[in-house]
Write a protein that binds this ligand. Structure first.
Ligand SMILES: [Zn+2]
Length: 358
């Protein structure tokens, strides 16, 4: 297969991260070490698989998450949701790394000099190249699209445009890339998509980040990549947000004016304080829980109807949700297919014991 980025070389890159390793590492490992230490939960609410455990995760940790060891079969079946094989070529992977490394050195690490979490603030990045920062974000959007991460789907015209930017502007090394962008008289086209970028406050001792993308155009596209929150408009000068469409970030944006990047010379990142970060996390958990429960409820209803030829009443549905949620199963296996079926069976037993309706 040909590389889905450059469309020229063979797609030979294996084990490629959809999002940079340094960016996601601390989401899954307290000490932010290599991918071998990661424990990754599928964030898709519909996924009933076991979490992914990196090779170096201690057996005690696995026991904590799923209440037992992994079987040989399960070890074989383990899939890291954040890496992909043979979708693009090693040359394009190298070009991705150029913008990744640039962002890490010139943006991410420098942000540590600012907020200590007590107050949100807008940081204008005077020392970093606006165009390269843009290309970094675009490379993530393009990779999410190519790997269909969580069903992510960019508007096709935007997708081709972003890919074109990457192929045209990002060269084989940083120096050439910077030179080429400098000399390009059309470079401002890279800045024409409105984009907002937030970095949440990260408590050193916690690894509770998430990777989440909105799977469709939602005015704007939204990404949570560990402690980064990014909103991206696929076209034009769109500045309106659907209220609360992104875990309350919209409301927060209204409190912080002028956070948008659109054709300005300097790139802006909003550093969120502890309270705002926690508020977003809370809303995100509520959202995921609600979607999960909705999915399980639909499953229960269709199963019930198939068995009894009529819809369950609220009592029956309530019993099911109670059986599903209120048990001692470790978090890592609570919503696997087997345990949902077990909850269904326990529910049927309890329904049979209910007094007949009057
Ligand atoms: Zn390529």
């Amino acid at each position: 297969m040909r590389c889905l980025v450059c469309d020229a070389n063979e797609a030979n890159q294996s084990g490629a991260h959809i999002f940079p390793a340094w960016m996601v590492a601390s989401a899954f490992d307290v000490e932010g070490r290599t991918r071998d230490h990661e424990i990754i939960y599928a964030v898709q609410p519909f996924d009933s698989k076991l979490p992914y455990f990196g090779n170096s995760v201690h057996p005690d940790k696995i026991g904590e998450q799923i209440g037992r060891d992994l079987t040989d079969h399960e070890i074989h079946e383990q899939k890291n949701y954040l890496t992909v094989d043979k979708l693009w070529c090693s040359k394009c992977e190298k070009r991705f790394k150029i913008v990744e490394d640039y962002f890490l050195e010139n943006v991410d690490r420098r942000l540590n000099d600012y907020s200590k979490g007590s107050k949100s603030e807008i940081i204008e990045l005077k020392h970093a190249d606006n165009y390269l920062i843009r290309l970094f974000w675009y490379s993530l959007f393009v990779r999410a699209q190519i790997s269909h991460f969580m069903g992510f789907n960019l508007y096709y015209k935007t997708y081709y445009k972003l890919k074109k930017f990457l192929n045209y502007y990002v060269k084989d090394n940083l120096q050439d890339t910077i030179q080429f962008i400098k000399s390009s008289y059309r470079k401002d086209q890279i800045l024409k998509y409105p984009l907002r970028c937030f970095k949440g406050y990260q408590n050193e001792s916690h690894s509770d980040g998430w990777i989440y993308v909105n799977n469709k155009y939602y005015k704007p596209y939204c990404f949570i990549i560990n402690n980064y929150y990014v909103q991206f408009y696929g076209k034009g000068d769109r500045a309106k947000f659907k209220p609360e469409s992104f875990f309350g970030i919209s409301g927060i944006i209204n409190k912080i004016s002028n956070a948008r990047n659109y054709k300005e010379a300097l790139f802006k990142i909003v550093l969120l304080d502890i309270n705002m970060t926690n508020e977003i996390k809370k809303r995100y958990i509520n959202y995921i829980t609600a979607v999960k429960m909705e999915y399980c409820t639909i499953m229960f209803k269709s199963f019930f109807k198939w068995k009894f030829k009529h819809n369950p009443d609220n009592t029956a549905t309530g019993i099911f949700l109670n059986e599903l949620i209120n048990n001692d199963l470790p978090q890592g296996i609570k919503y696997t297919k087997e345990n949902i079926v077990d909850a269904l069976n326990r529910t049927l037993l309890r329904i049979n014991l209910l007094p007949p309706p009057i």
